[in-house]
Each structure stands twice: as structure tokens, then as C-alpha cells.
Design a protein around this ligand. Structure first.
Ligand code: PLP
Length: 485
């Protein structure tokens, strides 16, 4: 077996696909604008973010560090709102990165907030997000979580299972149309004897599984009913879920929800999904005499992680999605529902750069150079989990040295602990240099772990030459305080 065919990575089988690193870039110091935050510059060779020198950030806050350009986030919120227009709604999917400051920025720009657990809901409420601007998601919401969402008065609850519809029926003091008057096997701490919540009618969307799954450039439109989210259209479960919601006197049926995937670069998958959802909307009209008011097509809009990624413009995406919904509704003779989209990555992904300090530089005999940094899979699991690609640059200085094919790896006890699989870094790289990995705003801090008892990094907001922590770094004391045995 050749050494080239068997690099260390998340897969350890005998047969691995050949590893094809991209060609070296012309200029190692260039900041390709599609993948760096809008406030990223080089000043005297040093990377600055929001007008702040990364060396100062490292000195004040330590590394690894997530550095978030606030104005980048805000400008993307405005772009989405402008692109979709005043008649549609844009909700930020908080799972991408959820902190009070972030939710305040996004909410103050006019977006709603999408949460999928009680924890995310509490962050949104404590950030002062108006409850009616919150949509409650999740595929296994406990009675407690639903009770909190209902009593807080969230704008919409997305029903994902028959059990949840029964729990909502119970909470709103109505007999469950599924035949049970108490929530079936509710695992939440309140249990079936929990007090019911006096409420105005919660507005419910039914999440449907359209059989479409899309990621990046590809989508499949047949084989993806086999998953945990939503009610299947193909099996008739979605029709039955709508029936049960409509039959609940304490619930208000608002419409349908569909989310088809992530990091999507074209709208073909949305077209198929919208077609199938609109077919259901027609059946709802025919059976119940109700036209859906809301159609939520979820998130999943792709961003550029590397120069090779050709992410679509938000304006084009919005135009295309609106056209699809218009066309499908017109063809079906259905009044046009209000469209909602739920971008997470598209709002926060490009805003943030992960800053690391180089610890070791190890040349692996003719293959590549392994550059170990002071973070890794605990602050960015996406490379190990999804085989994600990232770019990387020497941040603390410019260099005219020749490019060196590198793999940026972390400090964890896993050979798959890779941050950037293929990076060209200057061959004069030394321990103590700072490296910057762009486009880490989404699903990095929110998926971070304490693997190997490493504390999770701080998140720092930068703008107008100033920096402030919005999530502080965890300390060893934080970790030890949980260990009560
Ligand atoms: N909406 C729903 C229901 C999701 O499950 C997700 C992601 O998993 C999103 C929105 C956000 O997706 P993205 O961050 O890719 O835009």
C-alpha cells in the first residue's frame, strides 16, 4: 500500500480515495474576499479583523479564539431581508451559533430567530428577542420545552411528531385528536401530571419530509424519507398530522415547513420540495377548506469555505425561491402563502475567523508538513465530521517564502483531528506564528466539545477597531466544577 494512498484521517480502512491537494495559490498572503469576513485586511502584512490586529487579539484573549466581525453579520442580515423583500420573512437558525449578543444583533436587524431546544429558546428570550419573533423547532420537544414555548408566546411551533401534537393538545387543554388525552410517554421532567398552560392558541407549522435531500451541488429526490425529521409525505403521515393539528381546538394551524439539507448551491432541490409541499397544501384545501398561510422552506443556503466554492448570490437565491413558490402556487390554483426562510450558515458562517497559535511544524518525509495548532476538533469538528474543506493563512505576518503543502492538525488524541486537510503555508512557518482559518462562524463554536478536557475558546466580536468578548473562554475551573464525584 502506498503511503500517499493512506493518509491519516477519519477513515482508517485499507482503501482510501486518492488525496488530491489543490494547486498552490499564486500569493499566500492574499485574502480571497469570498471567504474572509468583510472587515478582513492586511495591514503591514498582519491580518486585521474589524480593524483589530490579530496579534493584539491573541495577546488579550488568548488562542484558540473565534473572532467575529459584527458588521459582517449585520450586513448579511440586511442582504437577506432586502433580497426576500418585505412580504417574506427571514429567520436566523440559532443552531449555527447561539449567543445573546448574536441573537440581539440579528433580531435588531429585523430577522426572527429559529430555536430547536429549550436551551436555545432561553438564550433568545434572555437576549430580549420578542417571543412572537421566535419559531420553536426540534424533533423531540419535551412537554417542558413545549410548555415554556407556549407560555412564552412564541410565534410558531413546528410540529415534528404525533407525540408532540398530543403534548400540545394536552398543554392547550384540549382532548388529543390522536385518541389520548395525556402526552404519550413524555420523557420531560414535568411528566403527565404537569399543569396545563393557559394560553392563546399556539400557531403550529407541520414539518413535512418531502423525500428531497440536498447538499452543496447535488440533490436526491427519492431516497430520503428514511430520516428522523418531520412527517413523511409519501406515507400520508403529513396529511394525518395536519388533520390532528386542525382537530385540536387549542391549536391554530398556520402552514407547512420543509428543510431539505445544508450547504446548498442551487435551487433545484427546493423546486422539487416546494412542488410536493404545494401538492399537500392543495389536499389540505380540498379536505379542510383551509388555505395555508405560511410556507417555511427552511435554511441550508451554501457559503464559500474555499476559493473553489462558487456560492450563489443571496439576491439570485431569493429571486429563484420566490419564483418557485409563485409558480407552484399559481399552477395549483392556491393563494400564495407567506414564505419564510431560515438561514443559519449564510448569516454567521463567513463572519468568523478561528485564530490559532502554531505549536509544532513536522515534516513527514516527502508527503506534507503537519502543522499542529493549539485547538483542533474540539473547536472545529466539521473537518472530521463532514470532511469539510477550509482555507488557512499565516496571520501574524506576511511571508515571501515558498508554499509548503501542509495539513493543519489539532492537539487531540485522534489522527482524524484535522482542521485543514490541504493548506499551503509559507515554508518559513515557525512555532508561535498565528494561523487564521476563515468561515468558521457556523457550526464550530456550537458543535465545540471538551474532548481531552480542553476548554472551549472565547468568541470575540470585533468592529471599528475594538474588540470585546461575547462568550468568554471556558477555564479549567469551569470543567472541574462539573466533576462532583
Ligand atoms: N432550519 C432547519 C429546520 C434546520 O434543520 C437547519 C439546519 O440544520 C437550518 C434551518 C439552518 O441551516 P443552514 O445553517 O445550513 O442555513
Amino acid at each position: 500500500m502506498s503511503r500517499v494512498a493512506h493518509p491519516a484521517g477519519p477513515r482508517h480502512g485499507d482503501v482510501l480515495p486518492a488525496d488530491h491537494p489543490p494547486a498552490a495559490p499564486d500569493d499566500l498572503n492574499a485574502l480571497y474576499p469570498g471567504i474572509w469576513p468583510r472587515g478582513a485586511r492586511r495591514s503591514g502584512g498582519v491580518l486585521t479583523l474589524g480593524g483589530v490586529d490579530v496579534r493584539d487579539l491573541a495577546a488579550e484573549f488568548g488562542t484558540p479564539l473565534y473572532v467575529c466581525d459584527e458588521e459582517d453579520v449585520r450586513s448579511r442580515c440586511r442582504e437577506y431581508l432586502e433580497a426576500f423583500g418585505p412580504d417574506e420573512r427571514v429567520f436566523y437558525a440559532a443552531k449555527a451559533f447561539c449567543s445573546r449578543a448574536m441573537l440581539r444583533w440579528v433580531s435588531s436587524e429585523g430577522l426572527g430567530i429559529d430555536v430547536c431546544t429549550g436551551g436555545e429558546l432561553e438564550v433568545a428570550l434572555s437576549a430580549g428577542v420578542p417571543p412572537e419573533q421566535i419559531t420553536m423547532h426540534g424533533n423531540n420537544k419535551t412537554l417542558d420545552e413545549l410548555s415554556r414555548a407556549v407560555s412564552a408566546g412564541v410565534g410558531h411551533i413546528v410540529a415534528d411528531s404525533f407525540e408532540e401534537i398530543a403534548r400540545l393538545a394536552y398543554l392547550t387543554d384540549s382532548a388529543s385528536p390522536g385518541g389520548r388525552s395525556v402526552p404519550p410517554g413524555d420523557p420531560g421532567p414535568r411528566g403527565p401530571g404537569a399543569p396545563r398552560v393557559p394560553t392563546t392558541k399556539p400557531s403550529v407549522l407541520v414539518r413535512v419530509t418531502t423525500g428531497v435531500e440536498a447538499h452543496t451541488h447535488e440533490f436526491m429526490a427519492t431516497a430520503h424519507d428514511d430520516q428522523k425529521f418531520g412527517f413523511s409525505l409519501a406515507s400520508g403521515a403529513a396529511d394525518e398530522a395536519v388533520r390532528r393539528v386542525i382537530a385540536c381546538p387549542g391549536l391554530s394551524f398556520a402552514g407547512l415547513h420543509s428543510h431539505i439539507g445544508s450547504q446548498i448551491f442551487d435551487t433545484a432541490g427546493f423546486e422539487v420540495a416546494a412542488h410536493r409541499v404545494v401538492e399537500l397544501a392543495v389536499r389540505i384545501r380540498d379536505e379542510h377548506g383551509i388555505e395555508i398561510a405560511e410556507l417555511d422552506l427552511g435554511g441550508g443556503f451554501g457559503i464559500a469555505y474555499t476559493e473553489e466554492d462558487d456560492a450563489p448570490e443571496v439576491k439570485e437565491l431569493a429571486q429563484s425561491l420566490r419564483g418557485i413558490v409563485d409558480g407552484q402556487c399559481r399552477a395549483a390554483g392556491l393563494a400564495r402563502p407567506r414564505l419564510t426562510v431560515e438561514p443559519g450558515r449564510g448569516i454567521v458562517g463567513p463572519s468568523t475567523v478561528s485564530l490559532y497559535t502554531v505549536g509544532t511544524v513536522k515534516d513527514v518525509d516527502g508527503l506534507r508538513t503537519y502543522v499542529s495548532v493549539d485547538g483542533g476538533m474540539s473547536d472545529n469538528i466539521r473537518t472530521a465530521l463532514y470532511d469539510a474543506s477550509y482555507a488557512c493563512a499565516l496571520a501574524s505576518r506576511a511571508s515571501a517564502a515558498a508554499p509548503m503543502l501542509s495539513r493543519v492538525v489539532g492537539r487531540h488524541c485522534e489522527s482524524g483531528d484535522i482542521v485543514v486537510r490541504h493548506a499551503y503555508l509559507p515554508s518559513d512557518l515557525v512555532p508561535g506564528d498565528l494561523l487564521a482559518v476563515p468561515a468558521t462562524g457556523a457550526y464550530c463554536r456550537s458543535l465545540a466539545s471538551n474532548y481531552n478536557h480542553v476548554s472551549r475558546p472565547a468568541v470575540v466580536a470585533v468592529g471599528a477597531g475594538a474588540a470585546r468578548a461575547i462568550v468568554r473562554r471556558e477555564t479549567l475551573e469551569d470543567l472541574l466544577s462539573l466533576d462532583v464525584g
